[in-house]
Design a protein around this ligand. Structure first.
Ligand code: NAD
Length: 342
């Protein structure tokens, strides 16, 4: 039996608890949550013990593996403690929001000897998997350029997340699109150029960027163009706008993942996501399949990925995006890596 603990009992922590509830050979033994109201809700929803810290969860239940589902900037301490104890980790994206934190987690995973999966859930998204197959089997040739848009309506930064001012469209959304273009193209990123704007969200009390645009250049001269905004209207097209395309030397692949073929119009126009929630007795959707695959990989010893080194690379690229916005000029990743962290 593989025992699993979950740290952070918010939206994702509870989703993961549900995802693993009926998996053979797997037992979610408990959660940790610092907010007492959230802990009380989670106790009620899961019927599991919910401790007030990850250290208490570890001391009391000693699980084999831990899922870290705390806010973007609050992964390091938990992940390092758990990895150093030799436990396996599923850690939500982004791995961390500073180079120092990301390197500390990567070092702890390497030193501790446990296995680690970073939660880039699009690797379990059927549309993305088909795009990956087209990119890998030669049908569209070599990558020339790719683009990806992943944006949210105001609901996400102003209502869904209590900690959005400590994150941004770059940290909350771009880990997915950076991972996507790296995975689809398998190219080595060398340079990042980015611009961002502010003002609309800060006027609504959330002091972070409204929109971030980033251009990544790869070693072979190919490019990827990423955009993320947190200012889509709530009365529009659902809370997520997610589209991408990859143009190759012999063809292209593109997807609009905001629409899974279902639109509901009431007082609002909304795209729905049938590929989530419950179908029959099963939880479905990329995040659910990711958590189940993590547990299955630990049970049978098969490959787990994307791992901590990839998570570190994605954090490096987003740090380069932040730095490029700040400096108003392109940032070479090699320069960023050679800069000692504070
Ligand atoms: N892949 C996706 O589509 C996706 C979607 C949403 C969130 N996420 C990621 O999942 C992570 C969690 O996001 P969420 O939406 O569940 O946020 P959330 O705010 O709903 O839940 C996070 C919980 O962690 C708790 N917490 C904070 N510090 C803690 C600590 N030290 N110990 C224990 N609990 C602690 C908070 O009180 C909160 O209840 C973030 O990294 C986020 O980027 C991914």
């Amino acid at each position: 039996m593989l025992t699993v603990g979950i740290v952070g009992a918010g939206i994702r922590g509870r989703l993961f608890a549900d995802a693993l509830r009926t998996q053979p050979g797997v037992e979610v033994v408990g959660l940790a949550e610092t907010s007492e109201p959230v802990a009380a809700t989670a106790r009620e929803a899961t019927n599991l013990p919910v401790f007030s810290s990850h250290t208490e969860l570890m001391a009391r239940l000693d699980p084999d593996a831990v899922i870290v589902a705390t806010p973007d900037f609050a992964h390091r301490e938990i992940a390092v403690d758990i990895a150093e104890a030799g436990k396996h980790l599923l850690i939500e994206k982004p791995l961390a929001t500073t180079l120092e934190d990301a390197r500390a987690i990567a070092d702890a995973v390497q030193g501790g000897g446990g296995r680690c999966l970073v939660g880039f859930e699009n690797r379990w998204n059927p549309h993305v998997l088909r795009a990956k197959a087209a990119a890998s089997d030669g049908s569209i040739g070599a990558p020339i350029t790719s683009s990806a848009t992943l944006s949210n309506s105001y609901y996400v930064p102003t209502q869904m997340l209590s900690w959005s001012a400590a994150s941004s469209p770059a940290w909350f959304l771009m880990p997915h699109t950076v991972d996507l273009v790296l995975w689809l193209t398998e190219r080595n990123p060398i340079k990042v150029s980015a611009v961002a704007s502010k003002g609309v969200l800060s006027a609504r009390g959330v002091d972070t960027w409204d929109v971030v645009h980033a251009l990544i250049t790869f070693e072979d001269g190919s490019t990827a163009n990423l955009s993320s905004a947190w200012v889509l209207p709530d009365a529009g097209d659902g809370i997520v706008d997610f589209r991408f395309s990859l143009i190759g030397t012999r063809g292209s692949v593109s997807a609009d993942l905001s629409h899974q073929g279902l639109t509901v119009v009431s007082d609002k126009y909304r795209s729905e996501w049938p590929l989530s929630g419950r179908v029959g007795r099963s939880q479905v959707g990329p995040a659910v399949w990711m958590a189940q695959d993590f547990a299955a990989g630990l049970l049978d010893g098969s490959d787990l990925g994307p791992g901590v080194e990839h998570g570190l690379l994605v954090t490096e690229i987003i740090c380069a995006i932040e730095l490029s916005v700040e400096l108003g000029q392109p940032v070479e990743l090699s320069n960023l890596r050679s800069t000692p962290v504070a």
